[in-house]
Design a binder for this molecule. Structure first.
Ligand code: PHE
Length: 476
């Protein structure tokens, strides 16, 4: 038996490296695919405002709490919580939520890689299209010239029907994730984040400017920022909180794990605020990138998960430079997805290193390989097994395929439970002096943070959990 909580022994080379990696973890499919989808389906402004409130009142205190645990614990999530618990004279049993988090990260990774595979395929299709445009001497033509809207939409259905193709792109994406994580915190994760995040921001700003020039920015602004309070149902509030947790990567012990690689002292407050602000800005910018384009060609903002895959390629067809822009758009999503998937794999990988004494390569291979295999269940939800209902006995999952069931189970149950336990542990059990000295918060900020983490978070998250699990309470 390996000594419990041996340190994983690695670290970020600077605070900037940590911030880039943490922002990279936060910014992902959640910002560019899930956020616009939910905002579109939930009527825009009201959802956006509740989401922003959730980020700053609940998300930010939780970000600080997770980083605190990691910084104080200096090892994988389970070991870090155990160490903070011991130092605070609390039960080491609290470390269970590190285990729940690692399991949730593994489950999310399994379907995250499937969606990222679709993005990879679309980046390939539009990349090839752009090369053709170049070869034809017409680099600024629209995307997928000559295809009708029906043909462009059909492409997604054809992709879903092609199990072999889905497996290849899923395998490729998981392989890339595994490769980076196996290289380690410094040579793998940090390097990927410091190279990819600046590229990501440059692409994002470029595409927003493009949308502002070529698209209908006015209508997009109205849609995203004018609240129609009549649309604010409990279900919308529920999904706004879920989205805030998912987008900030909370409840899966990801920031505990990343926080454990911080070696320098103090200043966790400003660092946490930067992470929350960067993540939220990217979600809003993604909205300001996508909706002007959607509105300018008269598409439906509420078209759901297919918005990005069916609506936008059609929009790129009619817009100048669309072939190039379409390719860059999917590359942008791909970059965001990679820096998030590595954080998902890192959580269980660090657990294997810290709690089981495995080598990094072995641990990453076990969990990355396992998530690939497990992901195949999600992948088959779009074709062969579309009728399979793994939790069909449970009314909230009675109608959902395997993919949506795992997404729903992690998002609606595991993340809120993880967030709830984190807030109870850090708000009530962790030694206050340890929190003060580790976070470097001023007395006033400490008071504010403690109110939010000890009172508001547990209450709000419990309400959301219960209403999410028992929709009958909401009458829906
Ligand atoms: N925050 C990531 C995104 O928005 C998803 C994620 C969730 C990553 C949980 C890590 C942990 O895409």
């Amino acid at each position: 038996m390996v000594a419990a909580s041996q340190t994983t022994g690695e670290g970020w080379s600077s605070r900037t490296a940590f911030i880039l990696a943490a922002v990279g973890a936060a910014v992902g499919l959640g910002n560019i695919w899930r956020f616009p989808t939910l905002a579109g389906e939930s009527g825009g402004g009201a959802f956006v405002i509740v989401y922003i409130a959730c980020v700053f009142l609940l998300g930010l205190p939780l970000v600080l709490s997770e980083i605190f645990i990691g910084r104080a614990g200096q090892t994988d999530a389970v070991g870090s919580i155990r160490r903070v618990a011991t130092q605070s004279k609390a039960s080491p049993g609290w470390s269970i939520f590190g285990g729940i988090g690692a399991l949730a990260a593994f489950l999310i990774l399994s379907f995250y890689s499937v969606v990222a595979g679709w993005v990879l395929y679309y980046a390939g299709v539009l990349g090839a299209d752009f090369v053709q445009a170049l070869l034809a001497g017409d680099p600024f033509r629209g995307a997928l010239a000559g295809e009708s809207q029906a043909q462009i939409q059909q492409r997604l259905d054809d992709m879903f029907a092609n199990v072999g193709l889905l497996l290849v792109v899923h395998l490729f994406f998981m392989g890339l994730t595994l490769f980076i994580v196996a290289r380690g915190v410094h040579a793998g994760i940090e390097k990927a984040a410091t190279i990819l995040m600046p590229i990501f921001f440059a692409l994002l700003v470029g595409l927003v400017i493009y949308g502002a020039i070529e698209g209908d920015m006015g209508e997009a602004m109205t849609f995203l920022f004018t609240p129609d309070w009549s649309k604010l149902t409990p279900a919308v509030m529920n999904s706004a909180l879920g989205q805030a947790l998912f987008s900030l990567s909370l409840g899966v012990a990801g920031l505990i794990t990343y926080g454990s690689y911080i070696k320098s002292d103090g200043g966790l407050g400003p660092t946490s605020a930067m992470i929350a602000m960067a993540d939220t800005s990217v979600a809003l910018l993604a909205g300001l990138m996508i909706f002007p384009i959607v509105f300018s060609v008269g598409l439906d903002p509420a078209s759901g998960p297919t918005l990005v895959f069916q609506s936008l390629p059609f929009a790129f067809q009619t817009m100048p430079g669309g072939a190039l822009i379409g390719f860059l758009f999917f590359m942008l999503i791909l970059v965001a997805a990679v820096t998030s998937s590595i954080s998902l794999l890192e959580v269980p990988t660090a657990w294997g290193i810290g709690e089981r004494g495995w080598s990094r390569t072995k641990s990453a291979a076990i969990f990355g390989g396992g998530a690939f295999v497990f992901g195949i269940f999600s992948l088959l939800s779009f074709n062969l097994w579309s009728d399979v209902r793994i939790l069909g006995f449970w009314d909230i999952f009675a109608e959902t395929n395997i993919f949506d069931t795992i997404d729903g189970f992690t998002g609606k149950i595991m993340l809120p439970v993880g967030a709830l336990l984190t807030s109870l542990f850090v708000g009530w059990k962790a030694d206050r002096n340890l929190v003060r000295t580790t976070t470097g918060l001023s007395p006033a900020m400490f008071g504010l943070w403690r109110f939010l983490i000890a009172w508001l978070c547990p209450l709000a998250v419990t309400v959301i959990l219960v209403t999410g699990l028992f929709p009958a309470i909401l009458g829906s």
